[in-house]
Design a protein around this ligand. Structure first.
Ligand code: 5AD
Ligand code: SF4
Length: 458
């Protein structure tokens, strides 16, 4: 039977974001793109077009998405005209895409991390009657600047300074789903930051998988006057230049790879008032042997020395980290080394993960550990991390610190929630007119990794 496709006439959309800051940033651009096409953003439950911006860093990210797709299937049965799209990191893995196409054939649209700027073309094709559109690139074939965007917050914004990753940690899919590392030229970044400042943004987050290797591989280098006149322009230079922009009051960056964090950078963090005294420094493991097999290019001792240097230069710095448990071949002693490193460093916060096998990564070929052993280690680590970070975070008790008021408290009416420059969350009695303001708040009671506080009048 020849099926005649009815033209669809969607008017609303929702972008649902999974995963990291990179995805969150891409989603802001996708929202901007769809709004420019004339669609209106709405809640997922009501939207005619639903696009999931996916993550695949661990297997549970995949499982979570499949769960959501199961729910969407029922909606689609009731409303066959709705458009269901998938984009982001999961789409860059061939085996996953194949699985999705088999199990969830009702998905209308699939695109990846390198071509989301082409979303209007894809949607037009669907609107013109094509039943399914799939376009996934295996590398960034074109670089598009100045896409429309709609920021989630009025007073803070992320700016990509680089894309991709060249580190090839043996457990990680990022280099394959986000491509090789490439840095944007300083002019483009500074232009973005200036535009945000003019728009009333006070806090900037500079984003890259490894900001400390910013500038090793520039895109469009020939277009940059700054690069012609400065030799060795690197992340510390960029940070200083961003700090010179009027209106910006706080500058953050994420993520730092320990192997590339330079003395220059430590100096900039110490000297520049606008740079938040917080460094996210993923350690992954406290065992030199595991680090070597992870291809991290530093030892336990290198890392501890780096922490010491940072603390010496920036005494009150807050350090956070990512730690993985159950990497192939991790012995009891390796795990004990991780626990002792956590005790020794005293992180403000540590994000802990159970190692998850990713296909086509070197670690997937190594001999895996039994799940119950890993889960036991994970619980042990979690307890140490919780206790230690509570002790460390409590050091601010009684201090009055500037807090950027970010949102109304979701649980307690009459309370607002904000962040200190150390990235510590503070809940305090206040009103929504404070949103986006940096105000002095006394940190009264430490509740683990957050505080209750009270506004102080200057
Ligand atoms: N399994 C578990 N955790 C992972 N991460 C990256 N890849 C994996 C994996 N295969 C963690 C690392 C990284 C954070 C973003 O996610 O700790 O720093
Ligand atoms: Fe993955 Fe390592 Fe690159 Fe981070 S530095 S994105 S963990 S490969």
């Amino acid at each position: 039977m020849n099926q005649i496709m009815r033209k669809r006439t969607p008017s609303t959309f929702a972008i649902v974001t999974f995963g990291c800051q990179m995805n969150a940033r891409d989603s802001e651009k996708l929202v901007g793109i769809l709004e420019k096409m004339g669609f209106k953003e709405t809640e997922e439950e009501q939207a005619d077009i639903v696009i999931y911006n996916t993550c695949t860093i661990r297997e549970n990210a995949n499982q979570k998405l499949y769960g959501h797709l199961g729910t969407l299937k029922k909606r689609k049965e009731k409303n066959p005209d709705m458009i269901i799209g998938l984009c982001g990191c999961m789409m860059q893995k061939e085996d996953t895409v194949q699985y999705v196409r088999e199990k969830f054939p009702f998905v209308d649209l699939m695109f990846g991390t390198f071509n989301f700027h082409r979303a209007p073309v894809f949607i037009e094709r669907l609107l013109n009657g094509e039943k399914q559109v799939m376009e996934i690139w295996d590398s960034p074939k074109e670089h598009v600047e100045h896409l429309p965007e709609r920021r989630k917050y009025a007073f803070k914004g992320g700016v990509n300074i680089m894309y991709g990753c060249n580190n090839f940690c043996t457990y990680c899919v990022v280099p394959s789903v986000r491509g090789r590392e490439r840095s944007r030229i300083p002019e483009d970044i500074l232009m973005d930051v200036r535009a945000l400042a003019e728009d009333g943004v006070k806090e900037i987050m500079l984003l890259g998988q490894n900001v400390n290797s910013y500038g090793v591989n520039f895109m469009e280098k020939e277009k940059s006057e700054i690069l012609k006149s400065t030799t060795g322009y690197a992340f510390p230079n960029l940070l200083r230049d961003v700090c010179r922009i009027e209106g910006i009051e706080r500058v953050r960056f994420m993520t730092s790879h320990p192997k590339d964090l330079s003395e220059d950078l430590i100096r900039v963090v110490a000297e520049e008032e606008k740079v938040c005294k917080h460094i996210h420094l993923p350690v992954q493991s406290g065992s030199t042997d595991v680090l070597r097999r992870m291809n991290r290019h530093y030892t336990r001792e290198d890392y501890l020395l780096l922490v010491e240097k940072i603390r010496k230069a920036v005494p009150d710095v807050s350090l956070t980290t990512d730690i993985m448990v159950g990497f192939p071949g991790e012995t009891d002693q390796d795990f004990a080394d991780t626990v002792s490193l956590v005790e020794q460093v005293g992180y403000d916060q540590a994000f802990t993960f159970i190692y998850s096998v990713r296909s086509n990564t070197p670690a997937a070929e190594m001999e895996q550990l039994p799940a119950d052993l890993v889960s036991h280690r994970f619980q042990t680590l979690l307890e140490v991390v919780r206790r230690r970070s509570t002790e460390v975070t409590a050091r601010f008790t009684g201090q009055v610190l500037p807090v950027l008021c970010e949102e109304e408290n979701r649980h307690t009416p009459g309370y607002m929630t904000g962040k200190t420059e150390h990235n510590i969350t503070v809940h305090f009695p206040g009103t929504p007119d404070l949103l986006g303001q940096i105000i002095p708040v006394r940190l009264d009671t430490c509740k683990g990794f957050y505080y209750f506080g009270s506004i102080m009048n200057e």
